[in-house]
Design a binder for this molecule. Structure first.
Ligand code: FES
Ligand SMILES: [Fe+2]
Length: 395
């Protein structure tokens, strides 16, 4: 409570979120999150504690570190992480802060393959599982024991081929949270997909929640009216059941673009056949999967677009988009042209989304901005708002 018993802006935002968390997603009159939740430093600090450090943050994909000795650096919420694969093939997620005197042991390197991780400052050398192997001159230092100075490990899990880190170490397992979604997505076999092309968009001027909000298909009717709407009309989108820890929706293809396939099912608009084994829903629609909080993969019948998002602060994210294919299709004949086509269409759509995400963030920062009312085609937003409100209002 602020001075004189008056609520500060962030306290009143948290109070509003507590009310929202108590509502059923099937109730009527669903409003958006309060605008201040998208642009306040204080709320972002709460998010770091209650959403990001407590939950599972996406820290990459296994295909980014395929070989023993591969590593990749990831920064999140002040933690400097190295995601690496040891000689035994095991993945480790560790701090890059040197246990000697805090140097970033991978300073200036974003990825690579090295026999060991070596700090450039005084050459302390660590194995890929974080053990200190060499520390020049330290054998002359009384009381020093190498075993006490390994790299700090963070808890991680691999779910559907993606690497997830839980900074506070207390989260329920990814299988507990997202197991039902794994079943709904099992036909894709995502654990065996690979990245075939990446586009770094860099710092983007909107909040991570604006990005998640933009995951509905209602906006096909507007900003995508010349791209997605003729193919996947907004009104055909459906939300699949969820357990409150994720959302999953499909933008279904228009009749005009659904082509009968040999087996009587339908192929989605493309000259290429869909990935083998997909069910009819997966073959006729674009799946959008959101294990919460801030991950999204868009599953076309023939390929996927993974959005790698790192929140930097209120109203700021770092964004990279990746085109993914089932690993056994990575070297298929004609892929160069095919993948270039996927990149071009994903980028065209994203450029439309940039316009609205930037515009929404500017609108959210207006003092007069108020909560808006959600459409029946925004079930994803309702579920996300409720999930977020629950996290923030749980001390
Ligand atoms: S700070 Fe890393 S070896 Fe000294
Ligand atoms: Fe969009």
């Amino acid at each position: 409570m602020g001075d004189g018993g008056i609520m500060t802006a962030s306290e009143s935002t948290v109070a509003l979120l507590a009310e929202l968390a108590a509502r059923g997603t099937d109730e009527e009159n669903w409003y958006t999150l309060p605008p201040k939740a998208y642009c306040s430093e204080e709320i972002f600090e709460l998010e770091v504690d209650r959403v990001f450090r407590r939950g599972w943050m996406n820290a990459g994909h296994v295909s980014q570190i395929p070989e023993a000795g591969d590593f990749r650096t990831v920064d999140m919420f002040g933690e400097l992480l190295v995601v690496s694969r040891g000689r035994d093939g095991e993945i480790n997620v560790m701090s890059r802060v040197c246990p000697h005197r805090w140097m970033d042991i991978c300073q200036g390197q974003q990825a690579g393959n090295v026999p060991s991780l070596q700090c450039p400052y005084h050459r302390w050398t660590f194995s890929h599982d974080g053990e200190l192997r060499a520390a020049p001159e330290m054998e002359e230092t009384p009381g020093f024991d190498k075993q006490d100075f390994g790299l700090h490990h963070f808890r991680h899990e691999v779910w559907e081929g993606f690497i997830w880190v839980n900074l506070d170490g207390q989260a329920p397992s990814t299988a507990d949270l997202w197991g039902p979604m794994s079943e709904q997505l099992q036909e894709y076999g995502l654990a065996d997909w690979s990245i075939v092309s990446s586009t770094a968009w860099g710092e983007s001027a909107w909040d991570w929640k604006v990005f998640i909000d933009n995951g509905e298909c209602y906006h096909h009717i507007g900003i995508h009216d010349d791209t997605l709407e003729p193919v996947m009309p907004a009104r055909r989108a459906v939300d699949l059941p969820d357990n409150g820890e994720y959302t999953l929706l499909y933008a279904n293809g228009h009749d005009d673009v659904l082509v009968p396939a040999d087996d009587g099912e339908v192929d989605f608009f493309s000259d290429d056949p869909p990935v083998a084994g997909l069910n009819p829903q997966q073959r006729r629609g674009l799946g959008l999967a959101y294990p919460l909080p801030n991950y999204v993969i868009a599953l076309m019948p023939q390929y996927a677009v993974w959005f790698e998002v790192y929140p930097l602060g209120p109203g700021r994210i770092d964004l990279t988009t990746h085109i993914m294919l089932p690993s056994d299709l990575v070297d298929a004949p004609g892929n160069e042209e095919r993948i270039a086509g996927h990149v071009a269409s994903a980028n065209e759509i994203h450029k439309q989304d940039i316009v609205v995400c930037e515009g929404v963030q500017r609108g959210l920062e207006a003092a007069s901005a108020r909560p808006g009312m959600l459409c029946h085609l925004e079930g994803h937003n309702r579920a996300f708002a409720k999930w977020y409100a629950r996290q923030i209002s749980t001390a």
